[in-house]
Write a protein that binds this ligand. Structure first.
Ligand code: HEM
Ligand code: MTE
Length: 384
């Protein structure tokens, strides 16, 4: 083997397109895979997602690559090695409230870094029915709290001052584990397209603020019944309020609520989830426990769950009262009255094409079109 030239990661990062040559790293080796891009069995668009950076985070998600013939093929394209002084990234700034946020997958399209809001690229969203945890869209309003699983307690307040305090082990042991495959979608999904019709305030989400996982945890219904909540029609108009462990500078936590009727419904399958696609919840998605409300706007699936309380009123949280509300088309920022508008719960039908992307050049002839369709409301898709 010849002595290879040394490159820094910054130099590798300059090679992201076929015009600038497509470079990637694997371990400490640098490869120029420009000539392989069009030959890639997974498609040129997917290989380009890793251009200018490391292959490992991508190959960890697509196990087809963990075969000797793939590494052999890659070896043909070696052009250099990373400089030995390419050390770990500098330590975070301790004054930055987001310094403790977890590392993220490089494929995520970041709409806001602090707080972290990001979506998977469309062509990876429909690569698999369940979205890999690393690619699941992330919607954070605040810094990610650091939660110690051993000392974690979930407070559950029932009626008449009765309360439970559950450790993670108790939540797992006392209640049967229930699994649900459910899609979460943020109310802002596709806002960038809406804004082309009429400008809308908020993060410019593309079509990826939606993802699907297999969730495992205790049924909220079981936990509420254990806390003394009665399954009766007397409290038909009541609500279940959730609070997260993430808080703003004044100490006010994220919060939201759902109707008690939904929380107690066996069909609605509302979970206090501690597993996501067979693994413990990742920090960005609510470690160690989050709410999952199938069919309902993502905002009610409170992450890093600190407390659950039954109440005659909806959650007093800003995010229940002054955000995530439904308006008629004539309302604008001068006439808006958040107090008079209903909080969004169920979301309507949604569907989008993920491949090919708008404006893409496609070969003549037969074309495979991919996309997603979601019924909203926690119901099954009947037809597309
Ligand atoms: C499939 C090589 C980068 C996603 C494959 C296969 C090879 C390959 C040889 C076929 C494996 C088999 O069936 O035996 C490479 C090389 C890469 C690269 C050399 C980098 C230089 C990527 C990246 C992604 C990706 C960055 C994801 C973002 C896929 C997928 C398939 C695949 C999804 C399966 C296609 C299908 O059957 O649907 N790749 N790959 N690859 N690759 Fe890659
Ligand atoms: N829970 C807490 N504690 N803090 C948050 O910022 N964001 C909500 C919800 N739960 C949020 C939260 C919103 S608006 C959405 S769309 C979903 O979490 C996103 O869940 P995900 O990041 O796991 O995709």
């Amino acid at each position: 083997t010849p002595p290879f030239p040394r490159y820094t990661r910054a130099e590798v990062a300059q090679h992201r397109t076929p015009a600038d040559r497509v470079w990637v790293t694997y371990g400490t080796d640098v490869f120029d895979v420009t000539e392989f891009v069009e030959l890639h069995p997974g498609g040129p668009d997917k290989i380009l997602l890793a251009a200018g950076g490391a292959l490992e985070p991508f190959w960890a998600l697509y196990a087809v690559h963990s075969e000797p013939h793939v590494l052999e093929l890659l070896r043909e394209y070696k052009v250099g090695e990373l400089s030995p002084e390419e050390a770990a990234p500098p330590p975070g700034d301790s004054a930055d409230p987001f310094a403790g946020d977890p590392p993220r997958h490089p494929a995520l399209r970041v709409n806001s870094a602090k707080p972290f809001n990001a979506e998977p690229p469309p062509e990876l969203l429909t690569q698999s029915f369940l979205t890999p945890n690393e690619l699941f869209f992330t919607r954070n309003h605040l810094p990610v709290p650091a939660v110690d699983a051993a000392s974690y307690r979930l407070r559950v307040e029932g009626p008449g001052g009765r309360a439970l305090s559950l450790s993670l082990a108790e939540l797992r042991r006392r209640f049967p584990k229930h699994e649900v495959t459910a899609t979460l979608q943020c109310a802002g999904n596709r806002r960038s397209e809406m804004s082309r019709v009429r400008p809308v305030k908020g993060l410019a989400w593309d079509i990826g603020a939606i993802s699907t996982a297999r969730w495992g945890g205790a049924r909220l219904r079981d936990v509420l019944l254990a806390a003394g909540v009665r399954d009766s029609t007397e409290n038909g108009e009541w609500h279940v309020c959730f609070e997260g462990l993430d808080a703003d500078a004044s100490g006010t936590p994220y919060g939201a609520s759902i109707p008690l009727k939904r929380a107690l419904s066996a069909d609605a399958e509302v979970l206090l989830a501690y597993e996501m696609n067979g693994r413990e919840l990742p920090r960005d998605h609510g470690f160690p426990v989050r709410v999952v409300v199938p069919g309902v706007v993502g905002a009610r699936s409170v992450k890093w769950l600190r407390s659950v309380a039954v109440s005659p009123e909806e959650s007093p949280s800003h995010w229940q009262q002054n955000d995530y509300k439904g308006f008629c088309p004539s309302v604008d920022w001068d006439s808006v009255d958040f107090g008079a508008a209903p909080a969004i719960q169920e979301l309507p039908v949604q569907s989008a094409i993920t491949e090919p992307r708008p404006g893409a050049a496609v070969p003549a002839g037969e074309l495979t079109v991919k996309g997603y369709a979601w019924s909203g409301g926690g119901r099954e898709v009947v037809r597309v």
